[in-house]
Design a protein around this ligand. Structure first.
Ligand SMILES: Cc1cc2nc3c(=O)[nH]c(=O)nc-3n(C[C@H](O)[C@H](O)[C@H](O)COP(=O)(O)OP(=O)(O)OC[C@H]3O[C@@H](n4cnc5c(N)ncnc54)[C@H](O)[C@@H]3O)c2cc1C
Length: 429
């Protein structure tokens, strides 16, 4: 097979962004995808922060397959039968560089891969890369389906379990403590019903995060995003908790779906699709060394995912890191070759693009979010307080502080623990 200067493994957001950047810089690039088409095997919650696209493709909004621009953020604490929500309405969140939009990954990944092809990258699909190929101990391409494809440099953008990074020795075998399980269903609703139910104008979208009874008190949470005529409804739950409590994710999802608040939001909807995927969860703590001689890791393969409870970011970090990888390669090329020393500039570019800086800012978050009280005691407590405050039944109305104190005492969590949890939250989030 012909030789390439760069091979990018995986036509997800990280891989296609890298291939696009490389092709634009005149690097002869092969983009290899194991699925029959980019996006065919992809799964995510549903929202993409647009800022890296403004830099990668300034005209992206013209043909990017956007479903809806998010104009309302809702954080919702679920107890068994009640829900306490905080909603933030801001139409200006739908404009400019801070805009985020909902999308289907099948369409989005295909669109971005096409942009890479149009820029000159060669895309081949239906080929699974098994490992890096070494010549004289140095990475010199990849092995796929028994064939060797040679290249001077490889970008591993093959997702959360990155076979390429493992074969190169940059990542170890996956451990349950490092991953959560994500499940999602796509539920169809007539556009008019959806817009009325979520109080949206055409093109506007809503994003929900659910904590508490959403994950059956296991560590994790739920999400809901509105597309044009469907909802993306799902959960991300600690795989460790599922294993320890011997709970099936399907059972957690059933309960979530039946919660009165969720049942009302999805009423009359038709489930079109169900999917599941692993989510790397430990943030910076599980990010491996991201470059070596002839190799760079980007996106989930490098552990670039940021879940801080109220926002969930992966696709934007994947695109930004793919762009940084392409730039690192072009700089290494100008410096005379793809040695680790020349590719080390990747770390600087990741900081410049705020990928690793944001990961560092929230480095404590994954550990803070391991506290089970956040998913059981506190959402229940907030709902209890709200229920008491809003129950006017002629038996005498009490002040909020009094009600809160009484509920806090009955939660059996000491005041010291609560204070420490609060301080921990302030430092981590
Ligand atoms: C349940 C869930 C909800 C999420 N919600 C959101 C959200 O709302 N917003 C957000 O920004 N992020 C979200 N994420 C995270 C986001 O999906 C990832 O961070 C993002 O997809 C990472 O992009 P990537 O290109 O690095 O990897 P991927 O999207 O996983 O792409 C990797 C690509 O490589 C291909 N591939 C894999 N192995 C090989 C191989 N050996 N050879 C060839 N090709 C290969 C795959 O088929 C795939 O196309 C969510 C994730 C999950 C699981």
């Amino acid at each position: 097979m012909e030789k390439f200067e760069a091979i990018v493994v995986g036509a997800g957001p990280a891989g296609s962004a890298a291939a696009l950047g490389l092709a634009k810089a005149g690097v002869k690039t092969l983009l290899v995808e194991r699925a029959k088409a980019p996006g065919q095997k992809a799964m995510f919650g549903g929202r993409i922060y647009s800022y890296p696209l403004h830099a990668l493709l300034p005209e992206f909004a013209k043909d990017c397959p956007v479903e809806r621009y998010v104009t309302r953020e809702t954080m919702c604490f679920l107890a068994e039968e009640t829900a306490l929500s905080v909603a933030f309405d801001a139409p200006k969140l739908a404009t400019g560089v801070a805009a985020s939009f909902t999308a289907y990954r099948g369409k989005f990944d295909a669109w971005l891969a096409k942009k890479a092809e149009e820029a000159g990258a060669m895309l081949i699909t239906g080929i699974r890369v098994d490992q890096v190929y070494r010549r004289d101990g140095k990475i010199a391409g990849v092995k796929a389906d028994g064939d060797i494809v040679e290249a001077d440099v490889v970008v591993a953008a093959d997702g959360a379990l990155s076979q390429v990074a493992r074969s190169a020795g940059l990542r170890g075998e996956p451990r349950p403590a490092e991953y959560s399980v994500g499940v999602k269903e796509t539920i169809e609703l007539p556009q008019k019903v959806l817009e009325e139910r979520f109080n949206l104008d055409e093109g506007e979208g809503a994003a929900y995060v659910f904590a508490g009874a959403a994950s059956g008190a296991l560590r994790g949470g739920g999400f809901l995003y509105t597309n044009k005529t469907t909802l993306s409804l799902g959960l991300v739950v600690s795989s460790e908790d599922l294993a320890v409590t011997r709970t099936e994710i399907g059972a957690v999802q059933d309960r979530f779906r039946r919660h009165p608040t969720i049942a009302r939001l999805t009423k009359g909807g038709k489930v079109l699709e169900w999917s599941a995927h692993l989510v790397p969860e430990l943030g910076r703590a599980m990010s491996p060394r991201v470059y070596d001689d002839g190799l760079l890791l980007a996106g989930d393969a490098a552990g670039f995912l940021l879940n801080v409870g109220y926002t969930f970011r992966g696709v934007d970090l994947a695109i930004a890191s793919g762009m940084a990888a392409a730039e690192a390669i072009t700089r290494a090329r100008a410096a005379g070759g793809y040695t680790a020393a020349n590719l080390a500039v990747y770390e600087e570019l990741l900081r410049e693009r705020q990928v690793t800086t944001d990961m560092a800012t929230f480095a404590r978050a994954p550990f803070y979010l391991k506290n089970p009280r956040l998913f059981s005691v506190y959402p229940k407590l907030l709902n209890e307080i709200a229920e008491k405050v809003y129950t006017i039944d002629g038996t005498g109305q009490r002040r909020i502080a009094e009600v809160a104190l009484e509920s806090a005492r009955s939660s059996k969590v000491s005041a010291v623990k609560m204070l420490l949890d609060l301080l921990g939250g302030a430092r981590a989030m």
